[in-house]
Design a protein around this ligand. Structure first.
Ligand code: NAD
Length: 486
């Protein structure tokens, strides 16, 4: 496919042959391409140029040079840039939704209603925080200055491709940092459109740089680079640990947003008719490819049969199919490797003794092309099973019965992860008491609305650091104490 993402032609979704470094689209030092696969077809639809360590060198030089001016640019000017980026995302929302649908299979209605608008929210929140943030506070005779940490490398995954990018780029730019973004090589299209938006917003050269490419090449070159001050990665535990190891020698700040296996505890007094369908929809949102998807529904044993039938009724009407159709709820799994992993874990569920309530291995009937999996629910799942411990990242839900509330909490906490959690109860005090005993970075009570200010991140193996809102913003700041200031 030909390159079209020039500054004169900013609204096309075709694939560029370029990287965006120092304010211009440019070819890699050693040009190489990788295929981009549309998961609904299971076929390559073109190629994207990818960079390597030489391109990282160029981008780091540009970001370092730009840091000296961007870090002292008046906050109002940074806020104005974020405002332009926010409005350009809204203006180009349909193009972005189409790109996300094409690159990772999101159903178009979901891409339009969630993937793009929630991504825009991160920029809006960063804009608002930057405009009111106290970058200097006086405490006694000491001033506490919060200053941008420096040049930041931002590594993002494919599952919420634009949303993960804006959750990092927004606060980084608002704080006064310069960035090098490496999106997932499996979802390059929305990243390219986003880079064009940053360009068209007038962000100065070198402040934002994009290098498409693989984790082991571009990602590792960023993690090991001596002149990068911070690296933020969202991805698998494996990649997060490799980045931390590689970054250790240069003593960078490392933030990691990693995997999850989130519980959804239904207390006996919950409104089952409401919360069970909502629990299924939360677990299967984005085809289950969300790190905080509540994929373990923890249920009073004596209500198990009732929950199974409510769950089956919800799943059986979910439309699986062509993501271009407005009716589709579940598109394909985003890529072949993930499709095979989901299939293997459904098989592991059966082999491990869990009981199928609906779905199962194999392809969806009549969908012979693409990576479509059957929405699958297992019951009688116990904590020793692989499907109760491993992140599946597909539309697979485990129903886990409990006898007492203490049991429910033990089951909820019995994984290496601690990212998201849900509690359902008609009695807020009971729900709060359980929420306080769950070891995870977020707990949702009775399916509340999304809150872009609520900090997001992991306990245990789910990561280090927080994103979103003020907690995410402050990750990009250093703290300087100036004694004798006042
Ligand atoms: P992944 O780990 O394969 O890739 C994530 C990113 O890391 C990609 O850009 C990839 O190229 C890069 N990468 C891979 N190996 C690397 C290395 N050695 N050095 C540097 N970079 C490397 O993950 P994925 O398959 O893209 O995404 C799915 C995973 O992401 C799941 O485990 C999911 O839970 C997690 N995730 C977490 C959050 C969160 O906020 N906690 C959000 C979304 C996804």
């Amino acid at each position: 496919m030909t390159s079209t993402a020039s500054s004169n032609d900013s609204t096309t979704a075709t694939m560029s042959k370029s990287l965006y470094i120092d304010g211009v689209w440019t070819a890699p030092v050693h040009p190489r391409t990788v295929p981009v696969v549309n998961p609904a077809m299971g076929k390559s639809i073109g190629h994207i140029a990818v960079g390597a360590s030489d391109d990282v060198e160029r981008a780091v030089r540009a970001a370092r040079a730009a840091f000296s001016s961007w870090s002292v640019t008046p906050v109002a000017a940074r806020v104005a840039m974020l405002d332009k980026i926010y409005h350009l995302i809204l203006e180009r929302k349909e193009l972005l939704a189409q790109a996300i649908m094409t690159e990772m299979g999101a159903a178009i209605s979901f891409a339009r209603a969630s993937q793009v608008p929630l991504a825009a929210e991160h920029i809006r929140v960063a804009r608002d925080l930057a405009s009111s943030y106290p970058f200097l506070k006086i405490e006694g005779h000491t001033a506490i200055a919060r200053e941008p940490i420096g040049v930041c490398a931002l590594i993002t995954p494919w599952n919420w491709p634009l949303y993960q990018i804006t959750a990092k780029v927004g606060p980084a730019l608002g704080a006064g940092c310069t960035v090098i973004l490496k999106p997932s090589e499996l979802s390059p299209l929305s990243a390219e459109l986003f880079a064009q938006i940053v360009h068209d917003a007038g962000v100065p050269a070198g402040v934002f740089n994009l290098i498409q490419g693989s984790g082991p090449e571009v990602g590792e070159a960023l993690a090991t680079h001596d002149d990068i001050d911070m690296i933020s990665i969202t991805g698998s535990n494996r990649a997060g640990a490799l980045v931390a190891q590689a970054a250790a020698v240069s003593v960078k700040r490392v933030t990691q947003e990693l995997g999850g296996k989130s519980p959804n505890v239904l207390l006996p007094d919950a409104d089952f008719a409401r919360v069970v369908p909502l629990g299924v929809m939360s677990a299967f949102r984005n085809v289950g490819q969300s790190c905080s998807a509540p994929t373990r529904m923890i249920i009073p044993r004596h209500r198990l049969a009732e929950v199974e039938s409510l769950v089956a009724a919800t799943v059986n009407v979910m439309v699986v199919g062509d993501p271009r159709s407005e009716e589709t709820v579940l598109g394909p799994i985003a890529n072949e490797a993930q499709f095979l992993r989901v299939q293997a874990l459904i098989e592991a569920g059966i082999a491990g003794g869990a009981r199928l309530v609906c779905g199962g291995p194999g392809r969806v009937e009549d969908l012979t092309e693409g990576y479509f999996v059957r929405p699958t629910v297992f019951s009688d799942v116990t904590t020793d099973m692989r499907i109760a411990q491993e992140e599946i990242f597909g539309p697979v839900l485990s129903l886990m019965p409990y006898d007492t509330v203490d049991d429910a909490i033990n089951i909820a906490n019995d994984t290496k992860y601690g990212l998201g959690a849900h509690v359902q109860s008609e009695d807020l005090d009971s729900a709060r008491a359980v929420a306080s005993r769950i070891r995870s970075g977020q707990v949702h009570i009775n399916h509340p609305a999304w809150d872009p200010h609520a900090p997001f991140g992991g306990y245990k193996r789910s990561g280090n650091g927080r994103e979103y809102g003020i907690y995410g913003f402050e990750e990009y700041l250093e703290t300087k104490a100036i004694l004798g200031y006042a």
